[in-house]
Design a protein around this ligand. Structure first.
Ligand code: CUA
Length: 321
């Protein structure tokens, strides 16, 4: 019995370690409810299956004369197998409800970030106008509210370490909040199937000190970079690399490696040698010419990139021989 108890404890520890790190103020509450439901289920699985096997053996038919006893009912047993599950269910319900309310009611004085999901990227806009894609920063120990909507289909914003998950719906605003209590970098996933490149719609949340956050927030992106360096940074920060590789490997879209000066063939059979005009058109109006063998799924970056930024991307392409 003692060994069994030890086994249960070590299994419980192993179980908690294969959940993602708890990095928000509600994470341990969510895990508490989860573990309660899981361990109650595991406990009663053994009680019920063990009991069933025991009775199968104990009351097996031994001779041809064995007859099933005449049983009607047993009030004490029936009361117990109704009352115990009822109590467990009510505990799970009220505990879960309490945690749900904590997770759903938005706090005052929060940092509000606007999030727009679209195929296949997350655009995040801060109150000072700073806009980033897929990778963003938040301060530690400060509540953050995400005010979210979608430009096309339903996406879902999911940061496992924060234990938050919220659908992002076109034509509707949904909100979710979190307060991270641990500095670090955490994965962001889209967790609603949203098309060809759904699995690449991932990002990172950096939780940093207030000072580092203020410094990052005040910094304009691309400051002090050469045009090619700016282009390289934009391919990551605008999420281009989710669909286009820089090393020649195939993804949803054509690779950027060796694209400069290459002869491209399009779905309508026409061809173009990749130059400044073609790159600019592909960024602003991607459907105008779709490379043969690839889906016409790239979103337009009209209004999201300045001319100098498009020039930076062109300069960077030139270096990708
Ligand atoms: Cu967006 Cu899946």
């Amino acid at each position: 019995m003692f060994n069994f108890f030890n086994l249960m404890i070590s299994t419980a520890k192993a179980t908690s370690s294969y959940l993602p790190i708890e990095a928000s103020t509600i994470a341990s509450d969510v895990d508490g409810v989860y573990n309660f439901v899981m361990w109650v289920s595991i406990f009663f699985f053994f009680v019920l299956m063990g009991g069933m096997c025991f009775f199968i053996y104990k009351y097996r038919r031994r001779t041809d004369n064995d007859k099933t006893a005449y049983i009607t009912h047993n009030y004490a047993l029936e009361f117990l197998w109704s009352f115990i599950p009822l109590v467990l269910l009510l505990v799970a319900f009220f505990w879960g409800w309490k945690v749900y309310m904590k997770a759903r009611i938005l706090p005052e004085n929060a940092e509000v970030l606007n999030v727009v999901g679209k195929q296949w990227m997350w655009n995040i806009t801060y109150s000072n106008g700073k806009q980033v894609t897929n990778e963003f920063y938040v301060p530690v120990n400060k509540p953050v509210v995400l005010s979210m909507t979608s430009e096309d289909v339903i996406h879902s914003f999911y940061v496992p370490s924060f234990r938050i998950k919220q659908d992002v719906v076109p034509g509707k605003r949904t909100q979710v909040w979190f307060e991270s209590n641990q500095m670090g970098t955490y994965r962001l996933f889209c967790t609603e199937f949203c098309g060809t490149a759904h699995s690449t719609m991932i990002g990172k949340v950096h939780v940093v000190s207030h000072a580092d956050y203020q410094e990052w927030l005040a910094k304009k992106s691309g400051e002090g970079l050469s045009p090619a360096e700016l282009g390289k940074e934009l391919l990551t920060s605008k999420g281009c690399v989710a669909c286009h590789s820089e090393d020649g490997s195939p993804r949803v879209g054509p690779t950027f490696k060796g694209v400069w000066g290459k002869q491209e063939t399009f779905t309508d059979g026409s061809t173009v040698t990749v130059n400044e005009d073609y790159v600019r058109e592909s960024v602003l109006n991607p459907q105008a010419k779709v490379v043969k063998g690839y889906p016409p799924t790239m979103p337009s970056f009209q209004g999201q990139l300045k001319e100098e930024e498009i020039n930076g991307i062109i300069e960077y392409f030139k270096t990708l021989k």
